[in-house]
Every structure is written in structure tokens, then in C-alpha cells.
Design a protein around this ligand. Structure first.
Ligand SMILES: [Fe+2]
Length: 230
């Protein structure tokens, strides 16, 4: 099975996921030990805080540092992306498509944590993003009330789960159903920091959910077939 970690915060000093190149290197080492073939570097992008081009410039510099320091060390291939926090009207933001996983039309979108913020206008924003030719994949949908997420599935979208939700003994039934129904296109660690314990759930799920994980990863692999890998 080709293991793809679709959601991780591994770029040095780009967000709170890694405070230094050394932390990023340790994160890559954890991934390499877990047999991860590819990781999507999905640092937080907050539209109210930074312009797209400034983010891209900082991201390129961060990646360059990381590639330099990780030379000749075993590591997964890295695909550049972002975890983009949605807000009403995001569909009108200039340069949004540049935040897609590099070489694809896939955008990792983070929905708001407060259920009250999932307004009709927000759903319309999602639809308009899609109309713009961008394919949203929703981050860690295990974290939200399931009915709100199912409204996104009803619109034809797919989503990513954080592996930790499948590593627990008691797994919410709707998550297993979503996997069976093909709504889940990717798994991620959402790794912040380099604590080895924090990476265990991702490794565990790839092993203990062998068939299911394999099916998801095969679909992820197809989804990102055109992506640029570093
Ligand atoms: Fe994240």
C-alpha cells in the first residue's frame, strides 16, 4: 500500500506546526519510519491574515530550507498545499486556485468549528468555489456535527479524516458509513510538532484498517496523480 498523509503541518515556521527546520526534519523522520510515501504539506492559510502571494513566497522559502536540511536523508515526497479556512465570500478571493495542491485543482478546505457559522451563505461559497473550477476536499470532517458534513456530501463533495478518529476503540458509526460510501477520499495525520506519539494513530490506522485504508489511499493516489512532488 502506498501511504499518503494528506494533511500535515511540516513546513518550518510557516505555521505553529513546526517552529524550526529541526522539528520539520524530525517530523519527516517519523513519516519515513512509518513508511509514508507522500505527504501533503498543508500549512494553515487564514484569508484574513495574509495575502495569497505572500503566503506562497513564505512557503517556497520554507520548503527550500527543509529540502536543504533533509538532503540525503530518507523522507517522503512532499506536495505543497494549504489548509484554507473558509469564510463567506472566499470564492471571490484573488489567487485562491494557487492554494490548491501544487499541480492539481484540489483545495483542502477547513470549515468553521462553530456549528452556527455553517450558514446558507457559507454553503453557497463552497458551491461557488467549485463553480470556479476548484475541487474542494474538506479537512478533518470527523470533527464536525455529521449532519452539517452530510449536506456537503449531498452537494457531491468528498472529505478527509484525521486518522486519530479511527484509532479509538469506539468509532462513530457514521464515519465507517462515510468510508463505505466513498465519501472519504483521504486520511491525514494533521501532525503538529514532532512528538512520536502524535504520529502513532496515523501509523496504526494504516495497519489496523488495512483494507479500508488501502482503498482510501488508492483513491487518494489517483486524486493527486498530477501533483508536483518535491
Ligand atoms: Fe490541520
Amino acid at each position: 500500500m502506498k501511504i499518503i498523509d494528506f494533511h500535515a503541518h511540516i513546513l518550518p515556521r510557516l505555521d505553529h506546526g513546526s517552529r524550526s527546520s529541526q522539528v520539520s526534519l524530525a517530523q519527516l523522520q517519523l513519516m519515513s519510519q512509518a513508511g509514508v510515501d507522500t505527504v501533503c504539506a498543508t500549512s494553515h492559510f487564514y484569508p484574513q491574515e495574509i495575502l495569497v502571494d505572500d503566503f506562497l513566497e513564505a512557503r517556497a522559502a520554507s520548503l527550500a530550507r527543509l529540502l536543504e536540511i533533509s538532503q540525503n536523508k530518507p523522507r517522503p515526497k512532499i506536495i505543497l498545499g494549504a489548509e484554507v479556512l473558509i469564510c463567506e465570500g472566499l470564492d471571490r478571493m484573488e489567487g485562491l486556485e494557487k492554494l490548491c495542491l501544487e499541480g492539481t485543482d484540489i483545495l483542502l478546505l477547513e470549515m468553521p468549528f462553530s456549528a452556527g457559522a455553517w450558514s446558507d451563505r457559507l454553503y453557497r461559497t463552497v458551491a461557488e468555489i467549485s463553480n470556479r473550477g476548484i475541487r474542494p476536499v474538506f479537512a478533518h470532517v470527523d470533527r464536525y456535527p455529521y449532519k452539517l458534513v452530510e449536506a456537503l456530501f449531498d452537494m457531491g463533495f468528498q472529505a478527509q479524516l484525521n486518522a486519530v478518529c479511527l484509532s479509538r476503540l469506539l468509532k462513530p458509526k457514521h464515519l465507517m458509513r462515510w468510508i463505505e460510501e466513498g465519501k472519504i477520499i483521504a486520511l491525514g495525520s494533521d501532525l503538529h510538532g514532532d512528538n512520536a506519539k502524535a504520529y502513532k494513530p496515523f501509523t496504526k490506522v494504516c495497519g489496523s484498517h488495512g483494507d479500508q485504508a488501502q482503498r482510501i489511499m488508492e483513491n487518494t493516489d489517483k486524486l493527486i496523480s498530477s501533483a508536483v512532488r518535491h
